[in-house]
Design a protein around this ligand. Structure first.
Ligand code: ADE
Length: 262
């Protein structure tokens, strides 16, 4: 999948995109990220990309012509078949469902806003979809575009082990169950005994229950939309009083129980 990012700060992306999983995905040719400086499509000698808002008010607005020229010239014949996303706090919410939808395309264009926003005619002329990554205001769309690239890239076949994708938060419409690894006791806190039992059916049931209970406690909005079976409803009846409290045994460290190194 190819991402074309339109920004006035291309260097903001270098550290983030060139490490870890996204670095490997690019090296393997699974994803490609092309950064385009919108100023390269300005026409005056100061390379101006913003101006004062019509109607008055504070700040500056990003001008339509340089952005539209940039996107049209980079996408060329693929303009009509490539989804164009405009990052802005006024957009529809970017969710895992939206990410799955975008991951079906072979190319995605992302336009990063700055200042007080982008001339609304950009959205109209490019038939762009305006997306927000959450109900807060960033200093610009660059971080939001990096978030979209990260989330969509994970869904590109080959980037992440499919088994990890299936189990994680949001893939089933629920939050994830709690995870543990060595040491077996840390600061007096043990691991829920069921996870040490080797009984895979019981472990799967406990994990499903915890995913359901945690979602109910923290994100009832997600639980209301999640597809639940009769079994799920029965598991919800067995939720611990506080599913975010520690769930394993607690050892009194003064009574000679094994003390973990930390
Ligand atoms: N630009 C500024 N804030 C933003 C947000 N929350 N999401 C997307 N783009 C933004």
């Amino acid at each position: 999948m190819r991402f074309d990012v339109f920004t006035i700060f291309p260097s903001m992306f270098s550290g983030f995109l060139n490490e870890s999983i996204l670095k490997r995905a690019q090296q393997q040719g699974l994803i490609e990220i092309a950064l385009h400086n919108i100023r390269d499509w300005a026409t005056d000698k100061h390379r101006t990309v913003d101006d004062t808002p019509y109607g008055g008010g504070p700040g500056m607005v990003m001008m339509a012509p340089p952005i539209v020229r940039a996107v049209e010239s980079v996408l060329g014949e693929e303009l009509a078949t490539t989804p164009i996303v405009l990052l802005s706090p006024s957009g529809e919410l970017f969710t895992q469902d939206v990410a799955r939808e975008l991951a079906r395309y072979r190319r995605l264009a992302l336009i990063c806003g700055r200042y007080e926003g982008i001339d609304d005619r950009v959205r109209i002329v490019l038939a762009a979809r305006e997306l927000s990554i959450g109900d807060y205001v960033l200093t610009g769309g660059e971080l939001a575009a990096a978030v979209v690239i990260d989330v969509v890239s994970r869904l590109v076949p080959g980037v992440i082990d499919p088994e990890s994708l299936a189990e994680e938060s949001h893939s089933s419409g629920l939050l994830e169950y709690p995870q543990y690894t060595r040491p077996p006791v840390f600061r007096g806190l043990g691991v829920p005994e069921i996870l040490l039992s080797g009984n895979h059916a019981k472990i799967a049931e406990w994990r499903r229950m915890m995913a359901l209970c945690r979602t109910k406690a923290r994100r009832p909005d997600l639980l209301a939309r999640a597809p639940l079976t009769e079994r799920d409803r029965a598991l919800l009846e067995r939720c611990p009083p506080d599913p975010f409290a520690h769930l394993g045994p607690v050892y009194d460290e003064t009574e000679g129980e094994p003390r973990a190194t930390d």
